[in-house]
Design a protein. Structure first.
Length: 433
């Protein structure tokens, strides 16, 4: 099967790496890819994965490329092409593509849509209201005592969520989004949620429109600095499984989320084919959904795919074909930890083009896989080319072993200004003691 993967981050490197292991994969491209993706080879015939210099948002050029190469399965990584309707466009042109169509991608591209859907179909979520009028919005935040989270409706590069501790902060947040238009049209409406306390986990479920198959739990570390301090980032590291939910609790949460989700999709004629990734707060009153994403998490994918036993081509194919009910997901009992190495200054301004050394030495360590995110080739060197640069991922018999293996690999990798958190997975050990 000829496969095209769209995107250029650590998530896409993990997808390419796992798809390349499948005997079904005969030729693979990635648009635009990165330096690590360009090093991958297919298990079946040792052919190299080819990176093509097309932006993940350039739908007409991606379509023309897929038609020219007679791609048999396109796999979409990031949210933006999904929100732009890449799946609809490819399908209208008779091409097979994996991911939610534009209507289904609204679960991520519109927080108002998701909040209304959750309320209508009884999916556990935060108490919330939706507003376009700042006066009404501020009245509502006052009913929450000002302690709330104000969210721009649309996609805002992960920056459209403002956490407020009191009414003054809430009013400022409302003004920033609805009056100051800090996020442009994405902030024409806001969802305001009560502030939920608890432990946050990531869930993922692979869906085919009729069936949803739940993954184990994972946890991201969104703040830039150890101890969950500093600015919010795209994610500084993940691990799976987490100790915060027993198998029975996870199954119960999946039932309470996925059953009404599938029922609601059927009622609203939404064909959700792809990954549903709910961000979940484990509150004293049970799990509550903060938001839905309609794609694989980054860096959740790096820990999930290193644990996944199934052939990923077969899984995504079944998701497109509507035959997921015939497949059982299988996971290695091993734990996985991914430590993100970022450019100095990220998530603010950072330099690019710093030479990365030690990659080969680190890759030789057992059970380690280095996923590239913001990297590029420059002559014979691999250089930094983004905020999140690498996702150094390791498997271990348990989380402590996986964490030790991941950090042993991180220690071998150097680039000027490299920054990483030293406490990825540490929260899991707090509840042991
Ligand atoms: P979102 O993009 O909606 O997931 O929000 C980004 C981050 O903000 C989440 O990962 C949480 O850490 C935090 N957050 C979002 N909604 C809430 C809420 N209702 N209560 C507490 N924290 C929240
Ligand atoms: N792990 C954060 C995200 O993918 O949105």
């Amino acid at each position: 099967m000829k496969i095209l993967v769209i995107g250029s981050g650590g998530r896409e490197h993990a997808l390419v790496w796992k798809l390349a292991q499948s005997p079904h994969a005969t030729q693979m491209w990635c648009a635009p890819g990165n330096a690590g993706i360009a090093q991958e080879r297919l298990a079946k015939n040792n052919s190299a994965v080819e990176c093509v210099n097309l932006s993940a948002d350039d739908l007409p050029k991606l379509l023309a490329f897929a038609q020219e190469k007679k791609i048999e399965l396109t796999v979409v990584g990031p949210d933006n092409p999904l929100a732009l309707g890449i799946v609809d466009l490819f399908q209208q042109n008779g091409l097979r593509i994996w991911g939610p169509n534009q209507k289904a991608a609204q679960f991520e591209s519109s927080k108002v849509f998701s909040q209304n859907f959750m309320e209508k179909y009884g999916i556990p979520t935060a108490a919330a209201g939706t507003f376009s009028d700042p006066v009404a919005a501020k009245k509502f935040t006052a009913t929450l005592g000002g302690k709330c989270v104000v969210k721009a409706d649309g996609l805002a590069l992960g920056k459209g969520v403002l956490m407020c501790a009191n009414q003054a902060e809430a009013e400022k947040a409302v003004d920033e989004i609805l009056v100051g238009k800090a996020f442009g049209a994405a902030g024409a409406r806001v969802v305001i949620q009560e502030f939920l306390e608890g432990i946050e986990v990531s869930l993922h479920a692979l869906c085919d429109g009729k069936t949803a198959k739940n993954f184990p739990t994972s946890q991201d570390h969104k703040r830039a600095l150890d101890g969950d301090l500093g600015l919010n980032t795209g994610g500084m590291g993940t691990y799976s499984p987490t100790p915060f939910m027993t198998d029975a609790e996870l199954a119960d949460a999946a039932r309470k989320i996925l059953e009404p989700f599938m029922r609601g999709c059927a009622a609203e004629q939404i064909n959700f084919c792809g990954i549903l990734y709910p961000g979940v707060m484990l509150t004293k009153a049970g799990p509550k959904i903060l938001e839905f994403n309609a794609r694989f998490g980054d860096p959740e994918t790096q820990v999930y795919l290193t644990r996944l036993e199934n052939d990923l081509v077969e899984l995504l194919d079944a998701s497109v074909n509507g035959t997921l009910d015939k497949i059982e997901l299988k996971w290695k009992p091993a734990a996985s930890v991914c430590v993100v190495m970022a450019s100095g200054g990220y998530p603010g301004n950072y330099a690019k083009g710093k030479i990365i050394s030690g990659l080969d030495d680190a890759a030789k360590l057992p059970d380690v896989k280095i996923f590239h995110a913001g990297t590029a080739n420059s002559g014979d060197e691999i250089v930094t080319n983004g905020g999140r640069v690498l996702g150094v991922t390791a498997l271990g018999k348990d989380l402590r072993a996986a964490q030790a293996a991941a950090y042993a690999a991180v220690e071998k990798i150097k680039f000027e200004g490299a920054h990483f958190r030293r406490d990825i997975a540490a929260k899991a050990f707090e509840i042991e003691s």
